[in-house]
Design a protein around this ligand. Sequence first.
Ligand SMILES: NC(=O)c1ccc[n+]([C@@H]2O[C@H](COP(=O)([O-])OP(=O)(O)OC[C@H]3O[C@@H](n4cnc5c(N)ncnc54)[C@H](OP(=O)(O)O)[C@@H]3O)[C@@H](O)[C@H]2O)c1
Length: 296
Amino acid sequence: MEKTSKTFAIIGAGKVGTAIGHILQEKGFNIVAVASRSQESLDRAREFISGFKTHDVTKAARLADVVTITTNDDQVEPVCKKIAQEGGFNSEDIVFHVSGALSTNALNAAKKNGAKVGSIHPLQSFATVEGAICQLPGSVFGITAEEDILPLARGIVKALGGTAVVVKDEDKPLYHAAACVASNYFVGLIHFAQSIYEGLGVSREVALKALLPLIKGTLANIESQGSTRALTGPIARGDVVPVKQHLDAFGSKIPEKKKLYCELGKYTTLVALEKGTISEDKQRELYRLLEGGCIE
Ligand SMILES: NC(=O)c1ccc[n+]([C@@H]2O[C@H](COP(=O)([O-])OP(=O)(O)OC[C@H]3O[C@@H](n4cnc5c(N)ncnc54)[C@H](OP(=O)(O)O)[C@@H]3O)[C@@H](O)[C@H]2O)c1
C-alpha cells in the first residue's frame, strides 16, 4: 500500500504520537487533527504537525478516517470509550493504538461501533519527540490488526521507515515482556554494574565511562555473532574459581546484590552450554554453585 487518501487523527500528543504524526505528514499523509490533554503538548505538536489542534478527543476523531490513539497505555481504553460514548466512531473508521503491552481489546468500544481496530507498536525506546523522529525509521513494528486493515497497518509502518512483523493478540504480553527485558532490564543491569563500582568508591558517572566501551564491544559482538556466540568470561570458559571469588565478595560486601548476580549467572550457564564451550557436567557444577549463592 502506498500513500493513502484517508485522513488521520492523532490522539495524545506525546513523544510517539507527535513523532508518528510528523513523519506521516512528511510522507504526504493527511493528518487532519491532533488532540491532547495539555496546552503544552498541543503547542509542542504545532511545531511538528499541521492540522487542527484540540483538547476534544471526540472532535478530533470525528474529523478523521483513521484514529491513532497514542496516549499512555492506561488512557487508551478510557479515551477510546469516551470517543465511542460521544459518537466519535462510525463503521467506516479504523482505530489503532501503539502500545506493545495492550491487546486490541483495549479498543473494543470502537469495535462495538463498527470500527476496525488494530495496534502498531514500534519495538524501540523513545525519550524525546526528536529522538523518536530519528529512531522510528529503521525500527521493527509489531502489528496486530483485523485482516482487512493489515495492508493499511503495513503501509503506515512502511511510511514510517520501519519493518512490520505480525504479532497475535494473545502473544502480546510475552512479545512485550521480551522487549522490556532487552531494553528496560538492560538499563537496570547497567545500573546494577554501576552500583557495584559505586560501592568501591567510584562515582556512578566514572563507572559508566569505564563500562561503556565494554558494553559497546559486547553489543557489537552480539550484532555480528549472535547472543550465544558473543558470550565470553568465566562462565563461558568454565572457570569455577573466579565465580567462587565473586560469590564470596558479594557475600561479605554487598549481600543484598548477590541474588541477582546468581540468577543472571544461572541463566548464563545455559547460554555457555548452548555455545558448546562447557560440558554438561561443568554447566551443572556452575549452576549448583550459583544456586547455592542464591539461597544463602
Ligand atoms: N516511549 C516509548 O519508548 C514507546 C515505545 C513504543 C511504544 N510506546 C507507546 O506509545 C504510547 C505513548 O507513549 P509515549 O512514550 O509517547 O507517552 P507520552 O510521551 O507520555 O505521551 C502520552 C500523551 O498522551 C496524552 N494523553 C494522556 N491521556 C490523555 C487523554 N485522556 N486525552 C488526551 N491526551 C491524553 C498526554 O497528553 P498531555 O501531555 O497533553 O497531558 C501525553 O502527551 C504508549 O501506548 C506507549 O506504550 C512508547
